[in-house]
Design a protein around this ligand. Structure first.
Ligand code: UDP
Length: 238
């Protein structure tokens, strides 16, 4: 299927319509932003890594019964996906303290939780993605109570599957941000991407960061970290 019209451009991706109203094509860019868009840059090869990694992981999730937007990879940077209306919630699951959790609650990074945590941010550039709870999300009519229950169930299952998979490639899944959408018949499916932009990945042995924190925190070796994650996932899948 071919791209028709660009219908959306975000910080890291463009979305195009196709001749099928239930499908669109996502095109991944090398552009990177952090801190609410204040820090901007480019990570060479990121678009291809994020596209291909996300596709591999979504196929793994599909094989475990998780519905996702993935249909088929068109080329190294572009993927045909099911069209959804995105539920404006960032669903964050954490296995280990890091990032805003460590900062907000005054704890070190690297504390392993007994149980994963879940939190929601309201996706709104204007409001700077504020944290909200599920009652607020229902009050704001972002999703119904039933939809929130489905999202929570899917999010924890996705985290379990990916955590187990990452363990096999000597990577700890520290945290992950997920987005869900509704198809035209109202089914909730996983959308967006799963990549070093949206997860924290630490090498299990050295605790080296293999994700976007290398860009956020100017740690160097950004491109290498993305490539290393892709290499490990490819090796495990082949
Ligand atoms: N995250 C994301 N998009 C955002 C905010 C966070 O993909 O707009 C991811 C981030 O990469 C990390 C997880 O969500 O894997 C938790 O991020 P956190 O709340 O700690 O925020 P940050 O430290 O990135 O500000």
């Amino acid at each position: 299927m071919d791209k028709e019209k660009q219908i959306y451009e975000g910080k890291a991706k463009k979305v195009y319509s196709t001749s099928d109203p239930d499908c669109c094509i996502v095109s991944y860019k090398d552009d990177a932003t952090a801190f609410d868009g204040v820090k901007k840059g480019t990570i060479a090869g990121k678009g291809q890594v994020n596209n291909q990694m996300s596709n591999m992981l979504m196929q793994l999730l599909e094989s475990e019964g998780i519905p996702t937007h993935f249909i088929s990879e068109q080329n190294p940077r572009e993927t045909l996906v099911r069209k959804v209306s995105i539920i404006p919630l960032e669903v964050i699951i954490r296995n280990v303290s890091a990032g805003s959790f460590a900062k907000n609650y005054g704890v070190d990074e690297g504390i392993v939780f007994d149980e994963p945590t879940i939190e929601f941010s309201y996706k709104s550039d204007e409001l700077h993605d504020p944290l909200i709870n599920e009652y607020h999300a229902v009050a704001l009519k972002l999703a119904s109570k039933e939809e929130i229950d489905t999202i929570k169930d899917l999010a924890f299952r996705i985290n379990d599957i990916l955590k187990d998979f990452m363990k096999k490639i000597n990577v700890d899944l520290i945290d992950i941000k997920l987005e869900f959408g509704r198809t035209s018949d109202g089914t909730i499916i996983l959308a967006d991407e799963i990549s070093p932009d949206t997860c924290r990945f630490w090498d299990s042995t050295t605790h080296e960061k293999l994700d976007k924190d290398r860009f956020r925190r100017d740690l160097g070796g950004v491109e290498d970290a993305y490539q290393e994650m892709m290499r490990r996932i490819n090796d495990q899948q082949n």
